[in-house]
Design a protein around this ligand. Structure first.
Ligand code: ARG
Length: 391
Protein backbone atom coordinates (compact mmCIF):
# COMPACT_ATOMS: atom_id res chain seq x y z
CA UNK A 1 0.00 0.00 0.00
CA UNK A 2 1.28 3.47 -0.87
CA UNK A 3 2.33 5.60 2.06
CA UNK A 4 0.12 8.43 3.23
CA UNK A 5 1.36 11.79 2.04
CA UNK A 6 1.71 14.80 4.30
CA UNK A 7 2.48 18.40 3.33
CA UNK A 8 4.64 20.06 5.97
CA UNK A 9 5.11 23.82 6.38
CA UNK A 10 8.90 23.80 6.39
CA UNK A 11 11.04 26.71 7.58
CA UNK A 12 14.49 25.14 7.41
CA UNK A 13 14.93 25.50 11.18
CA UNK A 14 15.50 22.87 13.84
CA UNK A 15 11.86 22.12 14.72
CA UNK A 16 10.57 21.51 11.24
CA UNK A 17 13.74 19.62 10.23
CA UNK A 18 13.18 17.22 13.11
CA UNK A 19 9.50 16.98 12.17
CA UNK A 20 10.40 15.61 8.71
CA UNK A 21 12.13 12.66 10.31
CA UNK A 22 9.47 12.24 12.97
CA UNK A 23 6.76 11.98 10.31
CA UNK A 24 8.85 9.56 8.28
CA UNK A 25 9.25 7.36 11.35
CA UNK A 26 5.47 7.24 11.48
CA UNK A 27 5.40 6.02 7.91
CA UNK A 28 4.40 9.19 6.11
CA UNK A 29 5.80 10.39 2.83
CA UNK A 30 6.78 13.98 3.55
CA UNK A 31 6.40 16.80 1.04
CA UNK A 32 7.80 20.05 2.34
CA UNK A 33 6.37 23.41 1.46
CA UNK A 34 8.48 26.50 1.94
CA UNK A 35 6.79 29.84 1.67
CA UNK A 36 8.91 32.71 0.52
CA UNK A 37 7.32 35.70 2.23
CA UNK A 38 10.47 37.74 2.01
CA UNK A 39 12.24 36.28 5.05
CA UNK A 40 15.52 36.58 3.15
CA UNK A 41 16.88 33.26 4.42
CA UNK A 42 18.73 30.93 2.10
CA UNK A 43 15.75 29.10 0.71
CA UNK A 44 17.79 26.90 -1.62
CA UNK A 45 19.98 25.72 1.24
CA UNK A 46 16.93 24.84 3.31
CA UNK A 47 15.37 23.07 0.37
CA UNK A 48 18.43 20.86 -0.01
CA UNK A 49 18.39 20.16 3.71
CA UNK A 50 14.78 18.98 3.57
CA UNK A 51 15.60 16.56 0.76
CA UNK A 52 18.69 15.34 2.58
CA UNK A 53 16.65 14.55 5.67
CA UNK A 54 14.29 12.50 3.55
CA UNK A 55 11.47 14.64 2.21
CA UNK A 56 10.49 13.37 -1.23
CA UNK A 57 9.91 16.90 -2.48
CA UNK A 58 10.43 20.42 -1.24
CA UNK A 59 8.28 22.93 -3.03
CA UNK A 60 9.07 26.62 -2.71
CA UNK A 61 6.21 29.05 -3.19
CA UNK A 62 7.02 32.68 -3.85
CA UNK A 63 4.18 34.38 -1.98
CA UNK A 64 5.75 37.82 -1.58
CA UNK A 65 3.57 39.65 -4.02
CA UNK A 66 0.33 38.08 -2.82
CA UNK A 67 1.38 38.67 0.78
CA UNK A 68 1.95 42.38 0.41
CA UNK A 69 -0.85 43.07 -2.05
CA UNK A 70 -3.68 40.98 -0.63
CA UNK A 71 -2.79 40.75 3.04
CA UNK A 72 -0.43 43.45 4.34
CA UNK A 73 -1.88 46.33 2.31
CA UNK A 74 -5.41 45.34 3.28
CA UNK A 75 -4.46 45.55 6.94
CA UNK A 76 -2.79 48.89 6.24
CA UNK A 77 -5.89 50.28 4.56
CA UNK A 78 -7.99 49.07 7.48
CA UNK A 79 -5.58 50.73 9.92
CA UNK A 80 -5.26 47.42 11.77
CA UNK A 81 -2.72 47.33 14.59
CA UNK A 82 -3.16 44.63 17.22
CA UNK A 83 -3.64 46.22 20.62
CA UNK A 84 -2.78 49.50 18.97
CA UNK A 85 0.84 48.55 18.26
CA UNK A 86 1.60 45.35 16.36
CA UNK A 87 1.23 45.41 12.57
CA UNK A 88 0.36 41.70 12.45
CA UNK A 89 3.25 40.73 10.17
CA UNK A 90 3.37 37.13 11.40
CA UNK A 91 -0.39 36.86 11.86
CA UNK A 92 -1.11 37.93 8.27
CA UNK A 93 1.35 35.46 6.77
CA UNK A 94 -0.16 32.34 8.34
CA UNK A 95 -3.50 32.10 6.51
CA UNK A 96 -1.67 32.76 3.25
CA UNK A 97 0.89 30.03 3.91
CA UNK A 98 -1.82 27.62 5.08
CA UNK A 99 -3.86 28.31 1.97
CA UNK A 100 -0.84 27.74 -0.28
CA UNK A 101 -0.16 24.45 1.54
CA UNK A 102 -3.68 23.33 0.76
CA UNK A 103 -3.10 23.99 -2.93
CA UNK A 104 0.01 21.79 -2.76
CA UNK A 105 -1.87 19.11 -0.81
CA UNK A 106 -4.48 19.00 -3.53
CA UNK A 107 -1.96 18.79 -6.37
CA UNK A 108 0.02 16.10 -4.56
CA UNK A 109 -3.03 14.19 -3.45
CA UNK A 110 -1.90 14.37 0.17
CA UNK A 111 -4.17 13.27 2.98
CA UNK A 112 -2.53 15.27 5.75
CA UNK A 113 -0.92 18.61 6.56
CA UNK A 114 1.52 19.45 9.32
CA UNK A 115 3.19 22.49 10.89
CA UNK A 116 5.77 23.22 13.56
CA UNK A 117 3.96 25.79 15.69
CA UNK A 118 3.68 25.18 19.41
CA UNK A 119 0.58 24.57 21.49
CA UNK A 120 1.09 27.84 23.38
CA UNK A 121 1.04 30.23 20.47
CA UNK A 122 -1.29 31.93 18.03
CA UNK A 123 0.22 30.51 14.87
CA UNK A 124 -1.25 27.03 15.40
CA UNK A 125 -4.70 28.61 15.48
CA UNK A 126 -4.13 30.58 12.29
CA UNK A 127 -2.89 27.50 10.42
CA UNK A 128 -5.50 25.12 11.67
CA UNK A 129 -8.54 27.35 11.38
CA UNK A 130 -7.59 27.83 7.73
CA UNK A 131 -7.24 24.05 7.26
CA UNK A 132 -10.51 23.46 9.08
CA UNK A 133 -12.45 25.96 6.99
CA UNK A 134 -10.99 25.16 3.60
CA UNK A 135 -10.18 21.45 3.75
CA UNK A 136 -12.01 19.89 6.69
CA UNK A 137 -11.27 16.34 5.60
CA UNK A 138 -7.48 16.60 5.79
CA UNK A 139 -5.70 15.11 8.76
CA UNK A 140 -3.75 17.74 10.72
CA UNK A 141 -0.57 16.55 12.43
CA UNK A 142 1.10 18.80 14.99
CA UNK A 143 4.14 16.91 16.28
CA UNK A 144 5.29 19.67 18.65
CA UNK A 145 2.06 19.29 20.64
CA UNK A 146 2.42 15.58 21.09
CA UNK A 147 6.02 14.50 20.89
CA UNK A 148 8.40 13.65 23.70
CA UNK A 149 11.02 16.17 22.51
CA UNK A 150 9.95 18.82 24.96
CA UNK A 151 13.28 20.61 25.34
CA UNK A 152 15.60 22.10 22.79
CA UNK A 153 18.37 19.83 24.03
CA UNK A 154 16.31 16.72 23.34
CA UNK A 155 15.54 17.98 19.84
CA UNK A 156 19.22 18.57 19.13
CA UNK A 157 20.03 15.09 20.44
CA UNK A 158 17.33 13.60 18.23
CA UNK A 159 18.73 15.52 15.24
CA UNK A 160 22.23 14.22 15.95
CA UNK A 161 21.03 10.66 16.39
CA UNK A 162 19.23 10.76 13.03
CA UNK A 163 22.02 12.66 11.28
CA UNK A 164 19.78 15.62 10.57
CA UNK A 165 21.98 18.49 9.42
CA UNK A 166 21.34 21.45 11.71
CA UNK A 167 23.07 24.74 12.34
CA UNK A 168 21.64 25.54 15.74
CA UNK A 169 23.30 24.92 19.02
CA UNK A 170 21.61 23.65 22.16
CA UNK A 171 21.12 27.17 23.40
CA UNK A 172 18.80 29.24 21.31
CA UNK A 173 18.65 32.94 22.08
CA UNK A 174 15.35 34.08 20.62
CA UNK A 175 12.42 32.84 18.61
CA UNK A 176 12.35 34.91 15.45
CA UNK A 177 9.82 35.02 12.66
CA UNK A 178 10.73 37.06 9.59
CA UNK A 179 8.93 38.35 6.57
CA UNK A 180 8.83 41.40 4.37
CA UNK A 181 6.17 43.11 6.46
CA UNK A 182 7.95 42.66 9.77
CA UNK A 183 10.14 40.70 12.14
CA UNK A 184 8.85 39.21 15.40
CA UNK A 185 11.27 38.43 18.21
CA UNK A 186 10.34 36.69 21.42
CA UNK A 187 11.63 34.51 24.28
CA UNK A 188 15.16 34.38 25.71
CA UNK A 189 16.09 37.51 27.66
CA UNK A 190 12.93 39.23 26.42
CA UNK A 191 10.86 36.99 28.68
CA UNK A 192 11.52 39.42 31.52
CA UNK A 193 9.36 42.45 30.66
CA UNK A 194 11.57 44.65 32.84
CA UNK A 195 14.66 43.95 30.73
CA UNK A 196 15.38 46.42 27.95
CA UNK A 197 15.69 44.60 24.61
CA UNK A 198 19.40 43.72 24.26
CA UNK A 199 21.42 44.85 21.26
CA UNK A 200 21.21 41.44 19.65
CA UNK A 201 17.42 41.74 19.31
CA UNK A 202 17.96 44.37 16.62
CA UNK A 203 17.78 42.25 13.49
CA UNK A 204 17.39 44.67 10.58
CA UNK A 205 16.90 48.05 12.23
CA UNK A 206 19.80 50.03 13.66
CA UNK A 207 19.62 51.28 17.22
CA UNK A 208 18.44 54.91 17.34
CA UNK A 209 21.61 55.81 19.29
CA UNK A 210 23.76 54.98 16.29
CA UNK A 211 21.36 56.18 13.57
CA UNK A 212 22.50 59.19 11.51
CA UNK A 213 22.14 62.54 13.25
CA UNK A 214 20.82 64.04 10.04
CA UNK A 215 17.11 63.53 9.34
CA UNK A 216 15.93 62.08 6.05
CA UNK A 217 12.71 63.01 4.27
CA UNK A 218 10.72 60.53 2.25
CA UNK A 219 7.58 61.15 0.21
CA UNK A 220 4.95 58.45 -0.24
CA UNK A 221 2.16 58.61 -2.82
CA UNK A 222 -1.11 56.74 -2.27
CA UNK A 223 -3.76 55.76 -4.78
CA UNK A 224 -7.07 54.76 -3.21
CA UNK A 225 -5.34 53.90 0.05
CA UNK A 226 -2.59 51.84 -1.61
CA UNK A 227 1.04 53.00 -1.55
CA UNK A 228 2.02 53.57 -5.15
CA UNK A 229 5.23 55.62 -5.28
CA UNK A 230 8.22 56.70 -3.22
CA UNK A 231 9.74 60.12 -3.79
CA UNK A 232 7.67 60.44 -6.94
CA UNK A 233 8.79 57.15 -8.47
CA UNK A 234 6.18 54.43 -8.96
CA UNK A 235 6.94 50.92 -7.74
CA UNK A 236 5.13 47.61 -7.35
CA UNK A 237 3.89 46.82 -3.81
CA UNK A 238 6.76 44.46 -2.89
CA UNK A 239 9.33 46.96 -4.09
CA UNK A 240 7.72 49.76 -2.08
CA UNK A 241 7.98 47.72 1.08
CA UNK A 242 11.55 46.63 0.36
CA UNK A 243 12.65 50.19 -0.29
CA UNK A 244 10.94 51.64 2.77
CA UNK A 245 12.32 48.85 4.96
CA UNK A 246 15.74 49.81 3.79
CA UNK A 247 15.29 53.57 4.26
CA UNK A 248 13.55 53.18 7.61
CA UNK A 249 15.96 50.66 9.10
CA UNK A 250 18.91 53.00 8.61
CA UNK A 251 17.13 55.54 10.84
CA UNK A 252 16.12 53.04 13.49
CA UNK A 253 12.44 53.38 12.58
CA UNK A 254 9.74 50.80 13.26
CA UNK A 255 10.67 49.10 16.53
CA UNK A 256 7.84 48.09 18.84
CA UNK A 257 8.29 46.62 22.30
CA UNK A 258 5.08 45.37 23.85
CA UNK A 259 3.36 42.92 26.14
CA UNK A 260 0.51 41.44 24.14
CA UNK A 261 -2.40 39.16 24.86
CA UNK A 262 -2.27 35.87 23.01
CA UNK A 263 -5.46 34.13 22.00
CA UNK A 264 -4.66 31.20 24.29
CA UNK A 265 -4.73 33.56 27.28
CA UNK A 266 -1.03 34.08 27.88
CA UNK A 267 0.57 37.49 28.08
CA UNK A 268 3.69 37.61 25.99
CA UNK A 269 6.52 40.12 25.64
CA UNK A 270 7.37 40.74 21.99
CA UNK A 271 9.68 42.97 20.05
CA UNK A 272 8.87 43.83 16.46
CA UNK A 273 10.71 45.50 13.62
CA UNK A 274 8.68 46.87 10.76
CA UNK A 275 10.22 50.00 9.27
CA UNK A 276 8.22 50.13 6.02
CA UNK A 277 5.01 49.50 7.85
CA UNK A 278 5.72 52.22 10.44
CA UNK A 279 6.27 54.74 7.65
CA UNK A 280 3.22 53.60 5.71
CA UNK A 281 0.86 53.56 8.69
CA UNK A 282 1.94 57.07 9.67
CA UNK A 283 1.52 58.28 6.10
CA UNK A 284 -1.80 56.56 5.48
CA UNK A 285 -3.28 57.87 8.71
CA UNK A 286 -2.15 61.41 7.84
CA UNK A 287 -3.83 61.19 4.46
CA UNK A 288 -7.07 59.91 5.96
CA UNK A 289 -7.04 62.81 8.43
CA UNK A 290 -7.09 65.12 5.45
CA UNK A 291 -9.61 63.29 3.30
CA UNK A 292 -12.15 61.38 5.38
CA UNK A 293 -15.08 63.10 7.04
CA UNK A 294 -15.25 63.00 10.82
CA UNK A 295 -17.91 60.29 11.22
CA UNK A 296 -16.38 57.90 8.68
CA UNK A 297 -13.01 58.22 10.37
CA UNK A 298 -14.45 57.42 13.76
CA UNK A 299 -16.44 54.45 12.51
CA UNK A 300 -13.53 53.13 10.48
CA UNK A 301 -11.22 53.32 13.49
CA UNK A 302 -13.48 50.96 15.45
CA UNK A 303 -13.65 48.53 12.53
CA UNK A 304 -9.87 48.66 12.16
CA UNK A 305 -9.49 47.52 15.76
CA UNK A 306 -11.97 44.74 15.13
CA UNK A 307 -10.07 43.77 12.00
CA UNK A 308 -6.81 43.50 13.92
CA UNK A 309 -8.45 41.10 16.39
CA UNK A 310 -9.80 38.94 13.57
CA UNK A 311 -6.39 38.72 11.91
CA UNK A 312 -4.55 38.09 15.16
CA UNK A 313 -7.00 35.40 16.17
CA UNK A 314 -6.76 33.41 12.95
CA UNK A 315 -10.10 34.44 11.47
CA UNK A 316 -8.85 35.67 8.11
CA UNK A 317 -11.05 33.45 5.96
CA UNK A 318 -14.32 34.60 7.47
CA UNK A 319 -17.29 36.64 6.25
CA UNK A 320 -16.72 39.46 8.73
CA UNK A 321 -13.17 40.06 7.54
CA UNK A 322 -14.38 40.19 3.94
CA UNK A 323 -17.22 42.53 4.85
CA UNK A 324 -14.87 44.91 6.66
CA UNK A 325 -12.58 44.87 3.62
CA UNK A 326 -15.52 45.92 1.45
CA UNK A 327 -16.33 48.76 3.84
CA UNK A 328 -12.69 49.83 3.98
CA UNK A 329 -12.39 49.85 0.18
CA UNK A 330 -15.40 52.16 -0.02
CA UNK A 331 -13.73 54.57 2.41
CA UNK A 332 -10.50 54.54 0.38
CA UNK A 333 -11.99 55.87 -2.86
CA UNK A 334 -10.65 59.33 -2.14
CA UNK A 335 -7.56 58.37 -0.13
CA UNK A 336 -5.13 59.44 -2.80
CA UNK A 337 -2.38 61.97 -2.43
CA UNK A 338 1.07 62.50 -1.01
CA UNK A 339 2.60 62.47 2.44
CA UNK A 340 6.05 63.73 3.36
CA UNK A 341 7.69 62.09 6.34
CA UNK A 342 10.74 62.83 8.36
CA UNK A 343 12.84 59.95 9.69
CA UNK A 344 15.13 60.72 12.54
CA UNK A 345 16.78 58.53 15.18
CA UNK A 346 13.99 56.01 15.60
CA UNK A 347 11.07 58.33 14.93
CA UNK A 348 8.87 58.87 11.94
CA UNK A 349 6.97 62.16 11.85
CA UNK A 350 4.57 63.49 9.29
CA UNK A 351 5.94 66.71 7.84
CA UNK A 352 3.32 67.42 5.19
CA UNK A 353 0.31 66.00 3.38
CA UNK A 354 -1.78 66.89 0.34
CA UNK A 355 -4.60 65.39 -1.68
CA UNK A 356 -6.84 66.43 -4.56
CA UNK A 357 -9.74 65.16 -2.42
CA UNK A 358 -8.73 67.06 0.70
CA UNK A 359 -11.57 68.23 2.94
CA UNK A 360 -9.28 70.75 4.53
CA UNK A 361 -10.61 74.19 3.56
CA UNK A 362 -8.08 76.90 4.12
CA UNK A 363 -10.73 79.61 3.81
CA UNK A 364 -12.63 78.02 6.70
CA UNK A 365 -9.63 77.33 8.91
CA UNK A 366 -7.65 80.50 8.44
CA UNK A 367 -7.52 83.43 10.83
CA UNK A 368 -6.16 85.51 7.99
CA UNK A 369 -7.86 87.80 5.50
CA UNK A 370 -9.25 85.04 3.29
CA UNK A 371 -11.47 83.87 6.15
CA UNK A 372 -15.04 83.16 4.95
CA UNK A 373 -16.28 81.45 8.12
CA UNK A 374 -19.29 83.34 9.41
CA UNK A 375 -18.63 83.58 13.16
CA UNK A 376 -22.02 85.10 13.83
CA UNK A 377 -23.62 81.72 13.09
CA UNK A 378 -21.74 80.11 15.99
CA UNK A 379 -24.11 81.65 18.57
CA UNK A 380 -27.17 79.90 17.12
CA UNK A 381 -25.27 76.68 16.58
CA UNK A 382 -24.25 76.51 20.23
CA UNK A 383 -27.82 77.27 21.35
CA UNK A 384 -29.09 74.21 19.53
CA UNK A 385 -26.10 72.06 20.40
CA UNK A 386 -26.64 72.38 24.12
CA UNK A 387 -30.45 72.39 23.98
CA UNK A 388 -31.11 68.68 24.60
CA UNK A 389 -29.29 68.83 27.94
CA UNK A 390 -30.87 71.95 29.39
CA UNK A 391 -33.27 71.55 32.33
N1 ARG B 1 3.25 37.29 18.71
C1 ARG B 1 3.19 37.42 17.28
C2 ARG B 1 1.93 36.82 16.75
O1 ARG B 1 1.32 36.05 17.41
C3 ARG B 1 4.41 36.87 16.63
C4 ARG B 1 4.61 35.40 16.71
C5 ARG B 1 5.94 35.11 16.17
N2 ARG B 1 6.25 33.73 16.06
C6 ARG B 1 7.50 33.27 16.30
N3 ARG B 1 7.73 32.07 16.02
N4 ARG B 1 8.42 34.04 16.82
O2 ARG B 1 1.52 37.13 15.65
Amino acid sequence: MAKKKVVLAYSGGLDTSVIIKWLMERDYEVICFMADVGQGADVEKSRRRALKIGATKCIVGDLKDEFIRDYAFRALKAGALYQGKYNLATSLSRPLIADAMLRVAKEENASAVSHGSTGKGNDQVRFEVTFQLKAPKLEVIVPVREWELTTRESEVDYAKKHKIPIEQTKKKLYSIDLNLWGISVESGKLEDPWVEPPKDTFISVVRPEVAPSKAEYVKVTFKKGIPAAINGKAHAPVKIVQKLNQIGSVHGVGRVDMVEDRLVGIKSREVYEAPASAILYAAHTALEELVLDRETRKYKKALGDRYSDLVYNGLWFTPLREAIDAFVDKTQEDVSGEVRLKLYKGSVTVAGRKSPASRYKIEMATYGEEDVFDQSMAKGFIEFWGMPYRQ
